[in-house]
Write a protein that binds this ligand. Sequence first.
Ligand code: TYM
Length: 330
Amino acid sequence: MTRVFSGIQPSGEMHIGNWLGAIRNWVALQDSHEAIYCIVDQHAITGQYDVGSLADRTREMAISLVAAGLDPSRSVLFVQSHVPDHATLAWLLTTIAPLGELERMTQYKDKSQRVESIPAGLLCYPILMAADILLYRADAVPVGEDQTQHLELTRELARRWNATFGAADTPFFPEPQPILTGARRIIGLDGQAKMSKSLGNTIGVTESPEEIWQKLRPAMTDPARQKRTDPGTPEICNIYALHRHFSPEATVAEVATNCRTAAWGCIDCKKVLAANMATTLAPIRERSLELRAAPGEVQAMLGDGAATARRLAGETMREVTDRMGFLREG
Ligand code: TYM
C-alpha cells in the first residue's frame, strides 16, 4: 500500500483553510493508503512563540484532527518532538542541503522580511520538513498549495541523498509527490491574503455558529458593492468562493444570480453562508467538545502513535546511518 505522510503546525486552532486544503484529504486517504500524520511542534518554534501555551495548542490540534475524522485505528497520529529521529535526520540532510535553494524558498523570504534578526531555524525549516517526510519514506504528501515548493526541495534532497549514499539501482528514499484538494489555496476573510493563522484572517473549524457569524459579517466582499443596490461580480468575491465549498450547488447558483442582480445584499449572502458553514462544521465541533471533556483519550492516542512512529523511524535511521558510514553502538 502506498504511504502518505503529512504535518500541521500547532500554531493556533485548525482553520477552514487547513481543513479544506489538506485535512479533508488526510481523512479520506486513511482508507486507501498507509497514513501517517504529525503535529509538527518543532516547526512551530522557528519564530517567536508563546512557550506557556505550546503544549495546550498541541493537544488542542490533536483534538481537532480526531474530531475532523482522523481515526487512530486507521492511521498513525503523533507529535513530532516525541520522535527524536526527526531532528536527527534533519541534521544529516542539512549537510547536503543547498544553501541557495533554501534562500529562494518563498515562505523563508516572506517570514525573514518580518524579523530583525533571522534565526537559522527559519532557513532550515524546509530541511526539517523534508526529514519528516523522508523518515517514513512516504510516497505522497497531502498538502495545500503553499507547501508544494517545500516538497520540491524534499524531492531534491531525496535525489541528492540517494545519489550520494543510496544504492544506485534502487533509490532508498522515494521522491514524494503532493496530493492537492480542489481547495488548494483558501483566501482569508480580508479577501486578499491566504487564510493563515499568523494573519488573523481565519475561521476555526470548532467555532460556534455565533462566532462564525461574527467573523463573516465584517468580511471583505466585492468592493464594487458599496450600496445594497449595487450589482456585484461573484467571481471576484471571496464570500462566493467560500459558498462553493460550504453551500449546495443550487444555493451557489442562487447566490451568483442574486449578487449579479443585487436581489441580495452582501449581508443576506453572508447569512446563508454562515448557516451552511455552521451546519457543515457542526459534527467536528460536537466531537471536539466530547474529546475536550476526556483529554486522557487523545493523550493515549498520541502515546500509541508516537510508539509506532518511533519504530518506523528507527527502521529508516538504521539503514540511513549504516549507509552514511557511522559506527554502530555495541
Ligand atoms: P501549516 O501548519 O501551515 O498548514 C497545514 C496544512 O494546511 C494547508 N493550508 C492551506 N490550504 C489551503 N488554503 C489555505 N489558506 C491553507 N493554509 C494552510 C497547508 O498547505 C498544510 O498542508 N510546513 C507545514 C507543516 C509541515 C509539513 C511537514 C507538511 C511540517 N512538516 C511534512 C507536510 C509534510 C505547514 O506549515 O503547514
